[in-house]
Design a protein around this ligand. Sequence first.
Ligand SMILES: [Zn+2]
Length: 47
Amino acid sequence: MDHVVKTGEKPGSGTYVCTNCSQQVSVDEYDKLPPCPRCTNNEFVRK
Ligand SMILES: [Zn+2]
């Protein structure tokens, strides 16, 4: 089971995939995860 990370967390640099629409979001090491730019969902899993 993939670990879910949420908007506002700092999960570390990498690519995260929206659990709702599969939109991919890349964040840097110290960035907070944003809401999904496509559907505003707040849950992602690491790609
Ligand atoms: Zn989405």
